[in-house]
Design a protein around this ligand. Structure first.
Ligand SMILES: Nc1ncnc2c1ncn2[C@@H]1O[C@H](COP(=O)(O)OP(=O)(O)O)[C@@H](O)[C@H]1O
Ligand SMILES: [Mg+2]
Length: 302
């Protein structure tokens, strides 16, 4: 069953002179096991939407339904809905409070009543599923690297065994290798059956990894669909703050010259089409690497 959001609108400070409209008639659906990215510039409403997905914010107008249960003020089972949909905040490590990573991760399942070996197993399983070295469980979370801290934060949400994992700008503050590792980790979690909702302004990463994307602008969902459709939309209708990846621009340039090519960040798909059209054959990466190695240009193995 999915998370369904229908015509959701939300205003902060409603009914006061300081009212701000954060969402206007937004609809989106997240199926179990899917990866959906929410992209848009700062202030476009991404975090407000993410907080509705796990019932942290209650709809003022429109509907939010989590696996068939409508989210309403004072509805029974809000706690269970918040467990089903885990929310990882932007910079979650700023909210660390425990002395050790183990205690940090144990917090939610302990609150759910788990004790003893069962709790212990839940913590080690969560740590394993985010690739956290078990030796680091005894460390003070603040002494860990940025990437490790993010893993602890994600593990502490996963420890509640959610079905959907919503991450608000999960790559914020990480360097390139941290971003690559985190993206790999999210792909692995998806393979294990978890739905991933990633809020990001990194369009390249969203196009590379998502089954579907929702583009937000000024509180409105302006486009929704698969990577190719959304890339096509953004080429025609640029959205402030969303940078079209160079490879997509290149593919669009070839298209404009009559080469039927997918609007994709997938280099091998582009190369294949160019080969087809030109009759030329380009060597693949592995064979080029093999050539380099046989010429003595391979990587040193000291
Ligand atoms: N707690 C709040 N009080 C008042 N306005 C807010 C609050 N949080 C967000 N906003 C406003 O709501 C709009 C959407 O914000 P947000 O959902 O945080 O967007 P994003 O995550 O895309 O940056 C922005 O105009 C923002 O200034
Ligand atoms: Mg935000």
């Amino acid at each position: 069953m999915p998370v369904v959001i229908e015509r959701l609108s939300y205003e902060y400070n409603r009914g006061t002179p300081a009212a701000v409209t954060a969402l206007r008639d937004v609809s989106v659906r997240v199926e179990r096991g899917e990866w959906v990215s929410i992209v848009g510039h700062t202030g476009s409403g991404k975090s407000t939407l993410a907080q509705h997905m796990n019932a942290l914010l209650i709809p003022q107008s429109g509907r939010v339904e989590i696996d068939g249960t409508e989210v309403r003020q004072k509805a029974k089972g809000l706690r269970e809905l918040r467990r089903k949909v885990g929310l990882v905040f932007q910079y979650p490590e700023q909210q660390f409070f425990a002395e050790t990573a183990r205690e940090e991760i144990a917090f939610a399942p302990h609150n759910w009543g788990l004790r003893g070996q069962e709790l212990e197993r839940r913590v080690t399983d969560a740590a394993r599923s985010v690739g956290l070295d078990p030796a680091l469980l005894e460390s003070n979370p603040f002494s860990l690297s940025g990437g490790q801290q993010r893993r602890v934060a994600i593990a502490s949400v996963i420890a509640a065994k959610p079905d959907y994992l919503v991450l608000d700008e999960p790559t914020a503050g990480l360097d390139a290798s941290g971003i690559r590792e985190l993206t790999g980790l999210l792909s692995d979690l998806k393979k294990d059956g978890l739905a991933i909702v990633q809020v990001t302004h990194d369009l390249q990463s969203a196009l590379d990894n998502s089954d579907r994307l929702l583009v937000m602008e000024n509180g409105v969902g302006v486009a929704q669909g698969g990577a190719e459709d959304v890339a096509g939309f953004l080429l025609e209708n640029p959205v402030r703050g969303l940078v079209i990846p160079p490879l997509v621009q290149f593919a669009a340039g070839l298209r404009a010259r009559g080469i039927e090519i997918p609007l994709t960040c997938d280099l091998s798909a582009i190369v294949m089409k160019v080969e087809e059209r030109s009759g030329m054959s380009f060597k693949s990466e592995p064979s080029r690497a093999a050539d380099a190695a046989s010429c003595g240009l391979g990587r040193c193995s000291s």
